[in-house]
Design a protein around this ligand. Sequence first.
Ligand SMILES: C[S@@+](CC[C@H](N)C(=O)[O-])C[C@H]1O[C@@H](n2cnc3c(N)ncnc32)[C@H](O)[C@@H]1O
Length: 253
Amino acid sequence: MALARAFYKFLKKRKSLMKRFLLLTEVGKKLVPEYRYSWPHMDWYNDKAFNRYLKQFDELGHFNTDRRHMVYQLMRLIEGVSGDTVECGSLEGAGSYLIHLMNERSGKHARWHHIFDSFEGLSSPEKGDGSHWEQGDLSVSMQDVGSNMGAFDRYSLHKGWIPERFPDVEDKQFAFVHIDVDLFQPTFDAIEFFYPRVNPGGIILCDDYGSSLCPGATRAINQYLASKPEKMLYMTCGSGFMIKGQETAAQLS
Ligand SMILES: C[S@@+](CC[C@H](N)C(=O)[O-])C[C@H]1O[C@@H](n2cnc3c(N)ncnc32)[C@H](O)[C@@H]1O
């Protein structure tokens, strides 16, 4: 701890961001050699409105900030696409809050946002889901999610184990689907149900895609998309997305 404090003081004295960053990466590369650093000169770090949102969910500087930023930017990409929005797996509602916030910004479409969650945490992991997760992890109550959605009112909470509440929206079309349930079976059930209901140009984003903590989620998406022209694009922040109707080339092999 004393060593960390001394290092912090040493870094603080360096005025140049680049110098501080290079020192940090030198130490970091020794401690966690598999970690990949990226340039710290990002305009979005100074996006006031976005930082306000992060602060509201106590996520400023959190390791999810780049994924949140991607949701924010992808929501801009569906401006011309009609349809509602969905999040499968809400935790405390930070993702859904951002999606609803962006829905309100849409000049063209009055969208409704649908949140599907057990509100009892994860279902039971299978063997292929790895060893990180346990049943009941990441449980947040429906009341807490409702209160975190604040004054928003164009959303519904569908409480139940995926896919049992999907029939609630079987007649709807969608512009944006966020799948974030960590495990194989609910991820597969979600893409299987929503893919045919996403309008051309709409987006399916899977937060867990490409994460070695969630091998089942990646497998579920790849298995479902194997016969489809669209494939998931791996994002460097973790997660992956596809655009409905946009054919995608294979990965390097
Ligand atoms: C990683 S968290 C979601 C994080 C959230 N999307 C965010 O942006 O902060 C996973 C969520 O999936 C829910 N969940 C996992 N398995 C589920 C299942 N089989 N049915 C319904 N909800 C499930 C959990 O209750 C939890 O809220």
